[in-house]
Every structure is written in structure tokens, then in C-alpha cells.
Design a protein around this ligand. Sequence first.
Ligand SMILES: CC(C)(COP(=O)(O)OP(=O)(O)OC[C@H]1O[C@@H](n2cnc3c(N)ncnc32)[C@H](O)[C@@H]1OP(=O)(O)O)[C@@H](O)C(=O)NCCC(=O)NCCSC(=O)C[C@H](O)C(=O)O
Ligand code: MG
Length: 273
Amino acid sequence: MIAPVTWLYVPGDRPERFAKAAASGADVVIIDLEDAVAPAGKDAARANAVAYLRGREAAAEPRIHVRVNDVATDRGRADLAAVGELADAVRLPKVESAAALDGLPGAAPLYALLESAAGIVEARAVAAHPRVAGVALGEQDLAAELSITDESAVNHLRLQVVLAAAAAGLPPVPMSVHPDVKDEDGLLASCRAGRALGLFGRTAIHPRQLPVIRRAFRPGEEERARAAEIVQAAEAAERAGAGAVALPDGRFVDAPIVAKARRVLDLARRLAD
Ligand SMILES: CC(C)(COP(=O)(O)OP(=O)(O)OC[C@H]1O[C@@H](n2cnc3c(N)ncnc32)[C@H](O)[C@@H]1OP(=O)(O)O)[C@@H](O)C(=O)NCCC(=O)NCCSC(=O)C[C@H](O)C(=O)O
Ligand SMILES: [Mg+2]
């Protein structure tokens, strides 16, 4: 299965926006009970999320995740108890150790947000926890803690999480939010840089960011044509009963390259206009 490309946050205290988010074309909608909601709105946000999840059709698209408050707090644990059986997955903010995930109730798949120095340092152990279905960075919190303003410095942190996820056999890591919703050029450039680092897909805060993200992660024509060439050569070799695959230019390709080429073609089809 190809991992989600677009993940759209919607604040839990804006229930009139839930249906808009669900109809936005995002692969995953994340109802946020954490930082997008002011303390005074948090009880209502949880109730809104529960009501929406109870009212939706079973197995409906897109998948709906809920970001709860920090499960080290009473509020976070109460969020988890309320939405854990209803959401398709629960997103945990500010995870700083694998031990923090031990014994969490319910069976919901958990996505761990690593958004502090401690969280990044513990990325491998967190990613390897049996309850964890995916990991991601929270770059706004990280930047605040580490005073990082340069994206090339953030890349160092991103790579640590990319490696941790891959080593644990998790899906690829989606990029963190681009906070300036009007900066489409900056978003596109940043997505392409992230893609080159092995990140895949991105969380958005506004529906207008979704087409930009899809465009950034859509394989280019040259990449698609190259993948098609590899797959055609592999299929021709298979028909001929040959083990080794040679491209018309004489280069050999092996099974992982063919598998990657098939993923590129799947992605190009999925993200075609
Ligand atoms: C960023 C926003 C506050 C902007 O809101 P607003 O100024 O009201 O947007 P617009 O007027 O442009 O809205 C135009 C229409 O689009 C709909 N809309 C906007 N945003 C959303 C959305 N997220 N989901 C669904 N629909 C949305 C509006 O309803 C308008 O529709 P219409 O009236 O029919 O024209 C706002 O976009 C927003 O609140 N975004 C989400 C913020 C959020 O959830 N933040 C938490 C995640 S950030 C994070 O995770 C950081 C991380 O933790 C880290 O540390 O890095
Ligand atoms: Mg955060």
C-alpha cells in the first residue's frame, strides 16, 4: 500500500470545518485537540471529535486521526480514552521515550510526534515500540526549543527520524507543517527538498496547501519514464525466463530497483491530475 501523501489538520474546536476537511481530498484528516485548541475550548473539542467520529460512515474515506493532548497529562489520557476506539489512529504529541507508550489503553494504532530534542534522541526506541504505526516530526515545537531557523539544520533532525522509521519497518515519515499558508512557492520547494531526504507526504494546515503537496510528491516526467523503462525491461526478462534484467542502454537493474520503479509508477498514477 502506498503511504498517505496529504494529511490535513483541522482544529477540534471548529466542528463546522470537519466536513470541509473530509471533503478536501486529503488522504488523512487529523482532528487536533492539542495546540490548535485554546485551553478553554478543549472539553468542547474532545466532544466535537467524538460526535463526528460516531456520526461518520464506517470505513469512510478519508481516514480520520485525532491528535490528543500529551498522554503524560490527565487531559491527554482522557482524550485517548474518548477517541481511541473511534478514530482510525491516534496521534500522540511530544513523545520523548518508548516507555511513555507502555501500557496505553486501547488498540488504536499510534502515531508518535517527535518534537523535542529528547524525542529526536529517542527516535529509534519510539519507532520500534510495538504500538507505534508511524512517526513524524513536529518542527514548530522543535524550532522553538532549539532556536533553529535554517532548514538545512532541520534536515539533520529529519534524517534521524527517517532512519528510525525505516529501521523499525514503519511507513515513510511525512513532513511537518509549513506554517505560512500563502507561501506556495516556499511550500513546494521545501516539499521537494524533503522528498530528496526520504520524507514522504506532508501534513497541511489549510486545504489550499494540498494541491501543492501533491504536485511536489508527484514523480516528474523523466522519473516516470525511467521507471516505466525499468518495469518494461523487467517484464520482458521475466517473459523470456531470464533472471537478470538489462536496460536498452546496457545497465543492469535488480529486484529492489524494479520494486522502486513500480512504486514510482503507482504514485504517478495516483497523483495524476
Ligand atoms: C490557518 C487557519 C487558522 C486559517 O484559517 P482562516 O483564516 O479562517 O482560513 P481561510 O479564511 O483561508 O479559510 C478558507 C476556507 O477554507 C476552510 N478551511 C481553512 N482551514 C481549514 C482546515 N484546516 N480544514 C478544513 N477547512 C479549512 C475555511 O473553513 C474556509 O471555508 P469556506 O468558508 O467554505 O470558504 C486554519 O486554516 C486552521 O485552523 N488550520 C489548522 C490549524 C491546526 O490545526 N494546527 C495544528 C497543527 S500544526 C502542528 O501540528 C504543529 C506541530 O505540532 C509542530 O510542532 O510542528
Ligand atoms: Mg507541535
